[in-house]
Design a protein around this ligand. Structure first.
Ligand code: ADP
Ligand code: MG
Length: 719
């Protein structure tokens, strides 16, 4: 091998070449998960102990937490009368001695060998005249010198010590010195982004001279991880654009203008901005692939309709796909109303303008009517089609599908998105003869579950993202309260009864039971029965849950919408999109069981009319507040809540996976590394712009192949 050492080279070097790694150590390392030098070097320390922060034993003060580095002197284990094991460990440094006591951790006896050096963190107490720490945090540090000592992840089962790991890492890095470790990033980029070079980053992450050096090392190595992901995402996006011919829509034409002018309100500046962003994509030669994030009520429909009208203007068609029949019907009614009386400018028509035709297609529409719709869709007689996934079934042929809008994206998989896109490969109706052109429609995906911008870059990295971050004016904010305890609960019910007496309606969301659908239904039924007998006695109650047939559900929803019901007791099936302006009260029982995003979605079911709405989040214990409930009481801003959610839960939940696709994200965090994500995204965009297939940036391509399995690349795309 010649030239600088690449990650692939490192991955090809077995750990057995390292000093002190024989058969036995090799097997232990394999069990730990390290087989080659790359795995060893990217097994980063879990933490670093700064020895300058350590106290001497003689400095310890009872009741004050401190870190000491001590030697293990004596270990004894015994069992108490009620069969608890206690491991008693005598430790000390040159200044004094200390006792550590571990309860029910019998394995400590094996872990803490006499003579070993350990870092111990805890709160000492005076016990029979001697300082003692109970269950302190302990890290074995061996006899490593140096100011900052790396502590590697350790497990009870695998017997590889942190100082063995440190020694092997050091040995490996030493042996790389001569040839040098190659750096795939050009030095001008490193300079511009103030990133450390790879060799010094690898040294400093394991053996930093200072905490600042460690921080810089981490920053560089995390950047590499993020860059690989972003290059994949941006590369895919670019490939999609290059592979697919889109329609150059005529944007900003008369039809869109008429539509905006005819709205009974002025569009918000956010709506205008997003419409412009979308128009930019629609006019471009490659197909749009854009995500529209906007809180419930931010006015996404107007934006979606504007996009579809751009297609109609050019004699193409628009399609809007919703996740459920109820929502499709709701969209149909809403869109129809928005487009009422709108005329399409038509130069071919002797009579000038023509009527715009909007239709609904769901699985409930059958036989004669369905055949008629399909025929008119295929001959271009329908301008906009709204429906469920019935839209992507075989046999649904568009004359020329120009723009596809998909609402509530998390309910649809990528396959469905792709299926709709493929519907576009049809003949384009021209003024002259029919010409067959394979084109892909422009796709707009809408979601009301906002996630922070940088997280969106990773999760939806193959899409462009637009954000509606401004609410239409004149809305009365929803008042939210935390309710716990009998007194405040009964006050809540009496307020709800008052609202109902004034003709308003109420949602009651039942306690969430995630483990079992069956129990969930039982919980809803119990709540329903109980309320009908007690707090909501004499009122008209309806029940809605996931085990009901879609006909039953729709029937109940329709009744509620038509005000034949005062109260809808429901599970989270009402989460998405249901629009009943007269419903002003939302009660969520056992609210602390729900996630922030879910609570926010649920609350969004009210506050849709002119009357001020209220939301009560009920929990059982008045003594214990829930940070999630607190966040909802504090704010109605979906993006703010998404940030809080990310803080509270970490990124795992946003990535929606435990390991898949994340094996290469060892250091980087969607939460902490927002600036790095932006930098990585920008760098990836730059790289892909000049080198879309990574012919020049061979080493980055190679590292992606090495570190992300095709499966993982696929995952990143799919999620
Ligand atoms: P979303 O789908 O984002 O939840 P909608 O598109 O359903 O929101 O809009 C919610 C309501 O706000 C609708 O009644 C819509 O007519 C109204 N609306 C939309 N844009 C505006 C605006 N700029 N000014 C006033 N009302 C608006
Ligand atoms: Mg909507």
């Amino acid at each position: 091998m010649t030239g600088k050492i690449t990650l692939r080279d490192l991955a090809a070097i077995d750990v057995e070449v390292l000093k002190g790694v024989g058969e036995k150590r090799k097997a232990a390392l394999a069990e730990y998960g390290i087989n080659n030098v790359l795995e060893l070097l990217t097994n980063y320390p879990r933490k670093w102990v700064d020895r300058t922060n350590e106290a001497r034993v003689s400095d310890l003060v009872a009741g004050q937490e401190a870190l000491v580095i001590v030697e293990v002197r004596k270990v004894s284990k015994f069992t108490t009368k009620n069969r608890k094991t206690i491991v008693n460990v005598q430790v000390g440094d040159e200044s004094g001695r200390l006792t550590a006591v571990f309860f029910n951790q019998p394995w400590r006896e094996r872990q803490l060998k006499v003579g070993s050096q350990v870092a111990m963190f805890g709160k000492p107490d005076l016990y029979r005249g001697v300082l003692q720490m109970s269950n302190p945090l302990v890290d074995l540090i061996g006899d490593r010198t140096g100011r900052i000592v790396p502590i590697y992840p350790q497990s009870e089962k695998v017997q590889v010590s942190t100082w063995e790991l440190a020694t092997w890492v050091e040995n490996a890095l030493e042996r790389c010195r001569e040839r040098g470790i190659s750096d795939p990033l050009p030095s001008d980029l490193l300079e511009r982004l103030e990133l450390a070079d790879r060799t010094s980053a690898l040294w400093s992450i394991h053996f930093p001279d200072s905490m600042v050096a460690k921080q810089n090392a981490r920053r560089r190595l995390a950047f590499d991880e993020l860059l690989r992901v972003q290059v994949v995402l941006v590369g895919r996006k670019r490939a999609f654009e290059l592979d697919n011919t889109g329609i150059r829509h005529k944007v900003g034409g008369k039809l869109q203008q008429r539509f905006i002018a005819a709205l009974p309100f002025a569009i918000t500046s956010a709506q205008q901005r997003v419409i412009n962003e979308i128009d930019g994509d629609l006019a471009a030669p490659h197909p749009m692939h854009r995500l529209l994030q906007g809180d419930v009520g931010s006015g996404k429909t107007v934006v979606a309709v504007s996009a579809m009208l751009a297609a109609v203007q050019g004699r193409h068609q628009g399609a809007l796909m919703a996740p459920t029949e109820v929502l499709a019907e709701q969209h149909f009614a809403g869109v129809k109303k928005l487009l009422e009386g709108l005329l399409v400018p038509d130069d071919d028509n002797l009579f000038g303008d023509r009527q715009l035709r909007v239709e609904l297609l769901t699985s409930r529409i059958t036989s004669e009517r369905r055949r008629e719709l399909l025929r008119d869709l295929a001959n271009g007689g329908i301008d906009i089609l709204i429906g469920t996934h019935a839209l992507i079934q075989d046999g649904v042929e568009f004359a020329s599908l120009g723009v596809v809008v998909i609402d509530e994206q998390h309910r649809f998989g990528v396959e469905q998105r792709a299926a709709l896109r493929n519907k576009g490969s049809n003949s384009v109706k021209g003024a002259k003869a029919e010409t067959y052109v394979a084109t892909s429609p422009d796709v707009l995906v809408m979601t009301a579950t906002p996630i922070p911008r940088t997280a969106a870059m990773t999760v939806y990295g193959d899409l462009d993202v637009s954000v509606l971050d401004e609410m239409p004016p004149g809305r009365t904010p929803i008042k939210t309260a935390w309710v716990a305890g009998e007194k405040s609960e009964s006050k809540m019910w009496s307020e709800v009864r008052d609202a109902i007496a004034q003709g308003q309606q109420t949602f009651v969301v039942c306690p969430l039971i995630e483990e079992s659908d069956k129990l969930q239904v039982a919980s809803a039924e119990d709540t329903f029965k109980l309320l009908a007998k007690t707090e909501l006695k004499g009122l008209k109650l309806g029940l809605l849950h996931g085990r009901m047939s879609s006909n039953e559900k729709d029937e109940t929803m329709t009744k509620f919408r038509d005000r034949q019901l005062d109260v809808l007791v429901a599970t989270t099936v009402i989460e998405v999109g249901v629009d009943v302006p007269n419903a002003t009260c939302m009660i969520v029982l056992d609210a602390d069981r729900f996630g922030i995003a879910q609570l926010h979605q649920l609350r969004g079911r009210v506050g849709r009319g002119v009357i001020a709405s209220r939301c009560w989040l009920v929990t059982s214990n008045p003594e214990v507040s829930s940070p999630r409930v607190d966040a909802l009481v504090e704010s109605t801003d979906g993006f703010y809540l998404a940030e809080v959610d990310l803080e509270l839960r970490g990124e795992g939940t946003i990535m929606n996976t435990a390991q898949k696709g994340r094996s290469d994200l060892k250091l980087a965090s969607l939460r902490r590394d927002r600036d790095l994500i932006e930098l990585a995204r920008a760098a990836a965009t730059e790289i892909i712009a000049t080198d879309p297939t990574l012919k020049i940036h061979k080493e980055i391509r190679d590292e992606i192949d090495l570190l992300l399995t095709p499966d993982e690349e696929e995952f990143l795309f799919k999620n």
